[in-house]
Design a protein around this ligand. Structure first.
Ligand code: F3S
Length: 393
Protein backbone atom coordinates (compact mmCIF):
# COMPACT_ATOMS: atom_id res chain seq x y z
CA UNK A 1 0.00 0.00 0.00
CA UNK A 2 2.85 2.36 0.88
CA UNK A 3 4.42 1.77 -2.51
CA UNK A 4 1.22 2.62 -4.35
CA UNK A 5 0.13 -0.85 -5.44
CA UNK A 6 -3.39 -0.24 -4.08
CA UNK A 7 -3.74 3.18 -5.73
CA UNK A 8 -2.67 6.73 -5.00
CA UNK A 9 -5.39 7.51 -2.44
CA UNK A 10 -4.57 4.46 -0.33
CA UNK A 11 -0.88 5.31 -0.65
CA UNK A 12 -1.46 8.83 0.75
CA UNK A 13 -3.48 7.42 3.66
CA UNK A 14 -0.72 4.91 4.41
CA UNK A 15 2.00 7.58 4.19
CA UNK A 16 0.20 9.60 6.86
CA UNK A 17 -0.20 6.63 9.20
CA UNK A 18 3.44 5.60 8.76
CA UNK A 19 4.58 9.16 9.53
CA UNK A 20 2.46 9.22 12.70
CA UNK A 21 3.74 5.78 13.68
CA UNK A 22 7.35 6.96 13.19
CA UNK A 23 6.71 10.11 15.23
CA UNK A 24 5.42 8.03 18.15
CA UNK A 25 7.89 5.11 17.79
CA UNK A 26 5.03 2.70 17.12
CA UNK A 27 6.41 -0.84 16.61
CA UNK A 28 3.65 -1.84 14.16
CA UNK A 29 0.16 -1.19 12.81
CA UNK A 30 -2.85 -2.81 14.45
CA UNK A 31 -6.27 -3.49 12.89
CA UNK A 32 -9.19 -1.22 13.72
CA UNK A 33 -12.88 -2.06 13.46
CA UNK A 34 -14.27 1.46 12.82
CA UNK A 35 -13.37 5.14 12.55
CA UNK A 36 -14.97 8.55 12.92
CA UNK A 37 -13.62 11.46 10.86
CA UNK A 38 -14.27 14.93 12.31
CA UNK A 39 -15.05 16.32 8.88
CA UNK A 40 -16.10 19.92 8.35
CA UNK A 41 -16.98 22.15 5.41
CA UNK A 42 -13.58 23.83 5.45
CA UNK A 43 -10.61 23.81 3.15
CA UNK A 44 -8.18 21.76 5.25
CA UNK A 45 -10.64 18.88 5.39
CA UNK A 46 -11.51 19.26 1.73
CA UNK A 47 -7.86 18.97 0.67
CA UNK A 48 -7.25 15.63 2.36
CA UNK A 49 -10.54 13.87 1.65
CA UNK A 50 -10.37 14.85 -2.04
CA UNK A 51 -6.76 13.69 -2.21
CA UNK A 52 -7.89 10.25 -1.05
CA UNK A 53 -11.14 10.16 -3.04
CA UNK A 54 -9.50 11.33 -6.29
CA UNK A 55 -6.87 8.63 -5.76
CA UNK A 56 -9.57 5.96 -5.65
CA UNK A 57 -9.41 5.21 -1.89
CA UNK A 58 -12.41 3.52 -0.21
CA UNK A 59 -13.00 2.96 3.51
CA UNK A 60 -12.26 -0.61 4.59
CA UNK A 61 -14.09 -0.28 7.92
CA UNK A 62 -17.21 1.71 8.89
CA UNK A 63 -16.14 5.38 9.00
CA UNK A 64 -18.68 8.00 10.07
CA UNK A 65 -18.59 11.76 9.48
CA UNK A 66 -18.99 14.93 11.56
CA UNK A 67 -21.40 17.78 10.77
CA UNK A 68 -20.99 19.92 7.67
CA UNK A 69 -24.42 21.40 6.92
CA UNK A 70 -27.76 20.80 5.26
CA UNK A 71 -26.98 22.84 2.15
CA UNK A 72 -30.49 23.08 0.55
CA UNK A 73 -32.12 23.99 3.89
CA UNK A 74 -29.67 26.74 4.84
CA UNK A 75 -29.58 28.27 1.39
CA UNK A 76 -33.38 28.49 1.44
CA UNK A 77 -33.37 29.96 4.97
CA UNK A 78 -30.49 32.45 4.99
CA UNK A 79 -29.29 34.87 2.40
CA UNK A 80 -25.67 35.76 1.94
CA UNK A 81 -23.88 32.41 2.44
CA UNK A 82 -20.86 32.97 0.18
CA UNK A 83 -20.94 30.70 -2.85
CA UNK A 84 -17.23 29.84 -2.52
CA UNK A 85 -17.79 28.55 1.04
CA UNK A 86 -20.88 26.62 -0.03
CA UNK A 87 -18.84 25.06 -2.84
CA UNK A 88 -16.25 23.84 -0.32
CA UNK A 89 -18.97 22.24 1.83
CA UNK A 90 -20.55 20.55 -1.21
CA UNK A 91 -17.23 19.14 -2.34
CA UNK A 92 -16.40 17.85 1.17
CA UNK A 93 -19.73 16.02 1.39
CA UNK A 94 -19.35 14.58 -2.09
CA UNK A 95 -15.75 13.43 -1.41
CA UNK A 96 -16.78 11.60 1.78
CA UNK A 97 -19.52 9.88 -0.24
CA UNK A 98 -16.91 8.84 -2.83
CA UNK A 99 -14.62 7.27 -0.19
CA UNK A 100 -17.56 5.22 1.07
CA UNK A 101 -17.94 6.85 4.49
CA UNK A 102 -21.14 6.62 6.56
CA UNK A 103 -22.68 10.05 5.87
CA UNK A 104 -23.84 10.58 9.45
CA UNK A 105 -22.88 14.29 9.69
CA UNK A 106 -23.14 13.91 13.45
CA UNK A 107 -20.72 14.60 16.31
CA UNK A 108 -22.29 11.86 18.47
CA UNK A 109 -21.78 8.87 16.12
CA UNK A 110 -21.10 6.64 19.13
CA UNK A 111 -24.79 6.88 20.16
CA UNK A 112 -26.46 5.70 16.99
CA UNK A 113 -24.63 5.57 13.67
CA UNK A 114 -21.24 4.01 14.48
CA UNK A 115 -21.14 2.46 17.95
CA UNK A 116 -17.96 0.77 19.21
CA UNK A 117 -18.21 -2.04 21.76
CA UNK A 118 -16.08 -2.57 24.85
CA UNK A 119 -12.54 -3.60 23.94
CA UNK A 120 -12.70 -2.61 20.25
CA UNK A 121 -9.71 -0.86 18.67
CA UNK A 122 -10.92 2.21 16.76
CA UNK A 123 -9.73 5.58 15.39
CA UNK A 124 -12.13 8.33 16.50
CA UNK A 125 -11.64 12.07 16.16
CA UNK A 126 -14.05 14.75 17.51
CA UNK A 127 -13.89 16.34 20.97
CA UNK A 128 -16.56 14.36 22.82
CA UNK A 129 -16.10 11.17 20.81
CA UNK A 130 -12.49 10.38 21.77
CA UNK A 131 -12.93 10.53 25.58
CA UNK A 132 -16.44 8.97 25.43
CA UNK A 133 -15.22 6.00 23.43
CA UNK A 134 -12.17 5.47 25.66
CA UNK A 135 -13.75 6.13 29.04
CA UNK A 136 -17.46 5.38 28.86
CA UNK A 137 -17.48 2.57 26.29
CA UNK A 138 -14.02 1.11 26.96
CA UNK A 139 -12.93 0.85 23.32
CA UNK A 140 -9.44 2.26 22.60
CA UNK A 141 -8.63 5.24 20.42
CA UNK A 142 -6.00 7.93 20.26
CA UNK A 143 -6.97 11.59 19.95
CA UNK A 144 -7.22 11.48 16.17
CA UNK A 145 -7.51 14.31 13.68
CA UNK A 146 -10.11 14.20 10.90
CA UNK A 147 -7.28 13.25 8.53
CA UNK A 148 -5.66 10.48 10.60
CA UNK A 149 -9.08 8.97 11.42
CA UNK A 150 -10.04 8.95 7.74
CA UNK A 151 -6.66 7.46 6.79
CA UNK A 152 -7.21 4.71 9.36
CA UNK A 153 -10.71 4.10 8.02
CA UNK A 154 -9.23 3.64 4.52
CA UNK A 155 -6.36 1.38 5.59
CA UNK A 156 -8.28 -0.43 8.35
CA UNK A 157 -5.32 0.04 10.70
CA UNK A 158 -3.71 2.49 13.09
CA UNK A 159 -0.20 2.73 14.56
CA UNK A 160 0.20 1.02 17.93
CA UNK A 161 0.96 3.80 20.43
CA UNK A 162 -0.67 5.97 23.11
CA UNK A 163 -4.05 4.90 24.42
CA UNK A 164 -3.97 1.59 22.56
CA UNK A 165 -1.45 0.45 25.20
CA UNK A 166 -2.91 -0.48 28.58
CA UNK A 167 -0.27 1.17 30.77
CA UNK A 168 -0.87 4.50 29.00
CA UNK A 169 -4.51 4.38 30.10
CA UNK A 170 -3.75 4.78 33.79
CA UNK A 171 -4.83 7.87 35.67
CA UNK A 172 -2.44 10.80 36.02
CA UNK A 173 -4.33 13.25 38.28
CA UNK A 174 -6.75 12.73 41.15
CA UNK A 175 -9.72 15.12 40.95
CA UNK A 176 -11.84 15.26 44.12
CA UNK A 177 -15.24 16.65 43.17
CA UNK A 178 -16.75 18.47 46.14
CA UNK A 179 -19.16 20.50 44.01
CA UNK A 180 -22.82 19.51 43.81
CA UNK A 181 -23.58 18.35 40.28
CA UNK A 182 -27.29 18.79 39.64
CA UNK A 183 -27.59 18.46 35.88
CA UNK A 184 -25.74 18.26 32.61
CA UNK A 185 -24.83 21.95 32.65
CA UNK A 186 -22.88 21.33 35.87
CA UNK A 187 -21.00 18.57 34.04
CA UNK A 188 -20.34 21.07 31.25
CA UNK A 189 -18.75 23.42 33.79
CA UNK A 190 -16.88 20.56 35.46
CA UNK A 191 -15.41 19.48 32.11
CA UNK A 192 -14.48 23.05 31.23
CA UNK A 193 -12.81 23.59 34.62
CA UNK A 194 -10.93 20.26 34.78
CA UNK A 195 -9.68 20.53 31.18
CA UNK A 196 -8.47 24.07 31.76
CA UNK A 197 -6.66 23.24 35.01
CA UNK A 198 -5.06 20.03 33.78
CA UNK A 199 -4.37 20.85 30.15
CA UNK A 200 -3.30 17.32 29.41
CA UNK A 201 -3.64 14.05 31.33
CA UNK A 202 -6.03 11.33 32.46
CA UNK A 203 -8.06 12.59 35.42
CA UNK A 204 -9.55 10.17 37.95
CA UNK A 205 -12.68 11.77 39.37
CA UNK A 206 -13.99 10.88 42.82
CA UNK A 207 -16.83 12.27 44.93
CA UNK A 208 -19.61 11.75 42.39
CA UNK A 209 -22.69 10.74 44.35
CA UNK A 210 -24.71 9.26 41.50
CA UNK A 211 -24.17 7.70 38.10
CA UNK A 212 -23.88 10.46 35.47
CA UNK A 213 -26.42 10.36 32.65
CA UNK A 214 -25.43 9.92 29.01
CA UNK A 215 -25.81 13.66 28.39
CA UNK A 216 -23.77 14.56 31.48
CA UNK A 217 -20.95 12.30 30.28
CA UNK A 218 -21.13 13.70 26.73
CA UNK A 219 -20.83 17.26 28.06
CA UNK A 220 -17.96 16.41 30.40
CA UNK A 221 -16.13 14.73 27.49
CA UNK A 222 -16.69 17.57 25.01
CA UNK A 223 -15.72 20.41 27.33
CA UNK A 224 -12.68 18.81 29.00
CA UNK A 225 -11.34 17.95 25.55
CA UNK A 226 -11.77 21.55 24.35
CA UNK A 227 -10.55 23.62 27.31
CA UNK A 228 -7.83 20.94 27.64
CA UNK A 229 -6.72 17.84 25.76
CA UNK A 230 -8.39 15.14 27.83
CA UNK A 231 -8.66 12.02 25.69
CA UNK A 232 -9.61 9.77 28.56
CA UNK A 233 -10.71 9.87 32.22
CA UNK A 234 -11.88 7.47 34.88
CA UNK A 235 -14.86 7.82 37.20
CA UNK A 236 -14.27 4.66 39.27
CA UNK A 237 -17.48 2.72 39.69
CA UNK A 238 -19.19 4.60 36.88
CA UNK A 239 -16.90 4.26 33.85
CA UNK A 240 -16.12 0.79 32.58
CA UNK A 241 -12.40 0.20 33.02
CA UNK A 242 -12.06 0.75 36.75
CA UNK A 243 -14.15 0.17 39.83
CA UNK A 244 -11.65 1.58 42.35
CA UNK A 245 -9.26 4.53 42.49
CA UNK A 246 -6.29 2.14 42.95
CA UNK A 247 -7.23 0.31 39.79
CA UNK A 248 -7.55 3.62 37.90
CA UNK A 249 -3.92 4.48 38.78
CA UNK A 250 -2.84 0.90 38.02
CA UNK A 251 -1.24 0.67 41.45
CA UNK A 252 0.75 3.92 41.03
CA UNK A 253 0.36 7.38 42.55
CA UNK A 254 -1.26 10.47 41.02
CA UNK A 255 1.13 13.14 39.70
CA UNK A 256 -1.08 15.72 41.38
CA UNK A 257 -4.38 16.16 43.22
CA UNK A 258 -6.97 18.88 42.81
CA UNK A 259 -10.38 19.60 44.29
CA UNK A 260 -13.39 21.16 42.56
CA UNK A 261 -15.79 23.18 44.69
CA UNK A 262 -19.13 24.86 43.96
CA UNK A 263 -17.26 28.18 43.96
CA UNK A 264 -14.85 26.90 41.28
CA UNK A 265 -17.78 26.03 39.00
CA UNK A 266 -19.51 29.36 39.67
CA UNK A 267 -16.28 31.17 38.78
CA UNK A 268 -15.95 29.10 35.62
CA UNK A 269 -19.49 30.08 34.62
CA UNK A 270 -18.83 33.77 35.29
CA UNK A 271 -15.63 33.62 33.26
CA UNK A 272 -17.65 32.42 30.26
CA UNK A 273 -19.99 35.44 30.18
CA UNK A 274 -18.65 38.05 27.85
CA UNK A 275 -21.73 40.24 28.02
CA UNK A 276 -25.35 40.45 29.24
CA UNK A 277 -28.57 42.07 28.06
CA UNK A 278 -30.20 41.88 24.64
CA UNK A 279 -29.67 38.74 22.55
CA UNK A 280 -30.11 38.13 18.83
CA UNK A 281 -30.26 34.34 18.94
CA UNK A 282 -29.93 31.15 21.02
CA UNK A 283 -27.81 28.27 19.75
CA UNK A 284 -28.12 24.80 21.32
CA UNK A 285 -26.79 21.39 20.35
CA UNK A 286 -23.01 21.69 20.62
CA UNK A 287 -22.41 18.74 20.98
CA UNK A 288 -25.49 17.69 19.02
CA UNK A 289 -28.58 17.44 21.19
CA UNK A 290 -29.90 13.99 22.09
CA UNK A 291 -33.58 13.09 21.86
CA UNK A 292 -33.99 13.67 25.59
CA UNK A 293 -32.49 17.17 25.38
CA UNK A 294 -34.82 18.07 22.50
CA UNK A 295 -37.72 16.79 24.60
CA UNK A 296 -36.60 19.04 27.49
CA UNK A 297 -36.42 22.04 25.18
CA UNK A 298 -39.90 21.26 23.81
CA UNK A 299 -41.32 21.02 27.34
CA UNK A 300 -39.81 24.38 28.28
CA UNK A 301 -41.15 26.02 25.11
CA UNK A 302 -44.65 24.51 25.22
CA UNK A 303 -47.28 27.26 24.96
CA UNK A 304 -44.61 30.03 24.71
CA UNK A 305 -43.49 32.27 21.88
CA UNK A 306 -39.91 33.17 21.09
CA UNK A 307 -39.56 36.93 20.82
CA UNK A 308 -39.87 38.29 17.30
CA UNK A 309 -36.46 38.77 15.71
CA UNK A 310 -34.67 36.31 18.04
CA UNK A 311 -33.32 33.15 16.39
CA UNK A 312 -33.65 29.85 18.26
CA UNK A 313 -31.67 26.92 16.85
CA UNK A 314 -31.10 23.35 18.01
CA UNK A 315 -28.50 21.30 16.10
CA UNK A 316 -28.85 17.52 16.05
CA UNK A 317 -28.35 14.48 13.82
CA UNK A 318 -30.77 13.41 11.12
CA UNK A 319 -31.70 10.24 13.00
CA UNK A 320 -32.42 12.11 16.24
CA UNK A 321 -34.52 14.74 14.47
CA UNK A 322 -36.58 12.01 12.85
CA UNK A 323 -37.42 10.59 16.29
CA UNK A 324 -38.02 14.06 17.73
CA UNK A 325 -40.47 14.77 14.95
CA UNK A 326 -42.21 11.42 15.45
CA UNK A 327 -42.60 12.29 19.14
CA UNK A 328 -43.98 15.75 18.39
CA UNK A 329 -41.07 17.68 19.97
CA UNK A 330 -40.01 19.37 16.74
CA UNK A 331 -43.56 20.59 16.11
CA UNK A 332 -43.76 22.11 19.63
CA UNK A 333 -40.45 23.91 19.14
CA UNK A 334 -41.48 25.17 15.70
CA UNK A 335 -44.85 26.40 17.01
CA UNK A 336 -42.89 28.50 19.50
CA UNK A 337 -40.80 29.94 16.64
CA UNK A 338 -37.67 27.75 17.00
CA UNK A 339 -35.86 25.42 14.58
CA UNK A 340 -34.34 21.96 14.88
CA UNK A 341 -31.68 21.57 12.18
CA UNK A 342 -29.61 18.59 11.09
CA UNK A 343 -26.09 17.84 9.88
CA UNK A 344 -24.60 21.15 11.02
CA UNK A 345 -22.70 22.85 13.83
CA UNK A 346 -21.77 26.37 14.91
CA UNK A 347 -18.39 26.07 13.22
CA UNK A 348 -19.86 26.07 9.72
CA UNK A 349 -20.22 28.94 7.23
CA UNK A 350 -24.02 28.57 7.12
CA UNK A 351 -24.38 30.82 10.21
CA UNK A 352 -23.01 33.88 8.47
CA UNK A 353 -26.27 35.76 9.11
CA UNK A 354 -25.31 35.97 12.80
CA UNK A 355 -21.83 37.37 12.31
CA UNK A 356 -21.36 40.38 14.55
CA UNK A 357 -24.43 39.51 16.65
CA UNK A 358 -24.87 38.46 20.27
CA UNK A 359 -25.93 34.93 21.14
CA UNK A 360 -26.68 32.72 24.10
CA UNK A 361 -25.83 29.03 24.40
CA UNK A 362 -25.55 26.26 26.98
CA UNK A 363 -22.16 25.22 25.56
CA UNK A 364 -18.80 26.91 26.24
CA UNK A 365 -17.51 25.10 23.17
CA UNK A 366 -20.13 26.80 21.04
CA UNK A 367 -19.34 30.18 22.64
CA UNK A 368 -15.63 29.63 22.03
CA UNK A 369 -16.04 29.49 18.27
CA UNK A 370 -17.26 33.09 18.30
CA UNK A 371 -18.72 33.03 14.83
CA UNK A 372 -20.88 35.63 16.50
CA UNK A 373 -19.65 38.73 18.33
CA UNK A 374 -20.31 37.96 21.97
CA UNK A 375 -21.80 35.09 23.91
CA UNK A 376 -23.64 34.36 27.11
CA UNK A 377 -23.55 30.86 28.52
CA UNK A 378 -26.26 29.38 30.73
CA UNK A 379 -28.51 26.41 31.44
CA UNK A 380 -31.07 25.29 28.86
CA UNK A 381 -33.90 26.81 30.95
CA UNK A 382 -32.06 30.17 31.01
CA UNK A 383 -31.50 30.00 27.25
CA UNK A 384 -35.22 29.36 26.65
CA UNK A 385 -36.20 32.20 28.97
CA UNK A 386 -33.77 34.54 27.20
CA UNK A 387 -35.19 33.55 23.80
CA UNK A 388 -38.72 34.36 24.99
CA UNK A 389 -37.74 37.69 26.57
CA UNK A 390 -35.11 38.64 23.99
CA UNK A 391 -32.55 39.29 26.71
CA UNK A 392 -30.55 37.62 29.47
CA UNK A 393 -30.20 39.29 32.89
FE1 F3S B 1 -20.42 19.08 17.44
FE2 F3S B 1 -19.74 21.20 16.07
FE3 F3S B 1 -20.08 21.44 18.60
S1 F3S B 1 -18.99 19.16 15.78
S2 F3S B 1 -19.44 19.49 19.40
S3 F3S B 1 -21.68 20.88 17.15
S4 F3S B 1 -18.51 22.46 17.42
Amino acid sequence: MLEGESGKGTQKAMELLVAIGDAYDAPKMIPISRAHAASSGQEGDLYFVELLADGGARCKVPTSTNPVYDIPYFHRTFEGIPEDEAAVARRVMEAYRRVGAILSWSCLPYLSENIPLYGETVAFSESSATPYVNSVIGATTNREAAQSALASGVIGKTPLYGLHIKENRKGTHLVKVEATLKDEFDYTLLGYYVGKRLGYGIPVLTGLVKRPSTEELINFCAMSNVSGAISMFHMPGFTVETSTVEEAFQGGKPQDTMTVSNRDLENACEELQTTSGKIDFVMLGCPHYTLRQIEQAAKLLKGKKIRAGVGFWICTSGTTRLLAERNGYVQTIERAGGHVVVDTCIDEPCWIAYRGMTGMTDSPKCAYYRRFKEAMVGRLADCVEAAVKGRHQ
